[in-house]
Design a protein around this ligand. Structure first.
Ligand SMILES: C[S@@+](CC[C@H](N)C(=O)[O-])C[C@H]1O[C@@H](n2cnc3c(N)ncnc32)[C@H](O)[C@@H]1O
Length: 288
């Protein structure tokens, strides 16, 4: 089978699960992963014949896609902030909305200063693949950047991503709900978090691609306490941020007002709700 035929084979086989456009995008990602050739190179070398090993890899990838596995887990990579990050079912696939959160933190930290002058200590809670702190460290090279997660698999993946991107970010396995464990954390100037925020009752209506493959630990909170992580991280922030220190959250679009009220009640100032590019309430910033 040549590269062109392989592309048509993938798109035709998966099209019942995807729109024609998505199927083409997915097929491009799979073929890039298997052949190591960019989209342009694959046009030039479209008559090249896949090796027997590549044909087996192609068949495995198609089967995984038909089983609704997200393409990022099939290729083992996802793009975030211009970085190709390693991902696996232990970590959430980074979402474009989260780039907007990282952008807010970076833009505020710069605040007209030269990057070299930004020496803030920045902590990301629930770091997953490490996408947020890696984006921050990439821009603010003199900042001290940490990421913590309760999942050992997430910490391992985030460390591998830091090594691959040659970025000096410190990762640690910490359960943010455990007061004893968080008591050992040093002080920070900025805290950012995209914590689990989907209620279990919201499972119905979610795509099988997310439900069957992405880690439940990264997604869900108990129905009776949807703001659990916001309250706990707010309490922690009051302890380890200085006055004027900043807290940034990604939020469930349904809970913008509740998170704002919670943070105001906890004593934070200048609480600001921001929408994402899809005009959904998606981020909150608060100042201690
Ligand atoms: C929504 S995901 C965000 C991952 C990543 N920051 C991103 O934006 O792609 C939430 C993360 O919080 C982590 N997490 C869940 N419970 C936690 C806890 N008790 N303490 C620390 N991290 C936790 C999960 O393992 C997961 O990586």
């Amino acid at each position: 089978m040549n590269i062109q035929t392989a592309f048509t084979y993938v798109t035709d086989t998966i099209v019942p699960l995807y729109s024609a456009r998505e199927a083409a995008n997915v097929a491009h990602l799979v073929l890039e992963h298997i052949t190591g050739l960019s989209k342009l190179d694959r046009v030039v070398f479209k008559e090249n014949i896949l090796t027997p090993v590549q044909e087996i890899q192609l068949e495995e990838a198609v089967n995984a896609l038909l089983a609704q596995q997200p393409v990022q887990y099939v290729t083992g990579t996802a793009w975030f902030w211009g970085m190709e990050l390693l991902v696996n079912p232990q970590v959430l696939i980074p979402r474009p909305e989260t780039e907007e959160l990282a952008d807010w933190v970076i833009t505020d930290a710069r605040d007209g200063k030269h990057d070299i002058q930004v020496k803030d200590r920045i902590l990301d809670i629930g770091t997953g693949s490490g996408c947020i702190p890696l984006a921050i460290k990439r821009e603010l090279t003199h900042a001290t950047v940490w990421g913590i997660d309760v999942s050992p698999g997430a910490v391992e993946t985030a460390e591998a991503n830091a090594a691959r991107q040659r970025l000096d970010v410190h990762f640690e396995q910490v359960d943010v709900l455990d007061e004893l464990a968080t008591a050992a954390l040093p002080d920070f100037d900025v805290i950012v978090s995209n914590p689990p925020y989907i209620k279990h009752s919201e499972r119905t209506g979610m795509q099988a691609q997310v439900l069957d493959y992405e880690p439940s630990l990264a997604l869900f909170v108990p129905d009776e306490d949807a703001l659990l992580f916001y309250r706990r991280i707010g309490q922690l922030a009051l302890k380890i941020l200085p006055d004027g220190g900043k807290l940034y959250f990604e939020i469930n679009e349904a809970y913008g007002k509740e998170v704002v009220t919670l943070l105001q009640e906890q004593g934070f100032k200048d609480v600001e709700l921001r929408q994402d590019i899809f005009a959904k309430d998606r981020m909150v910033k608060a100042v201690k």
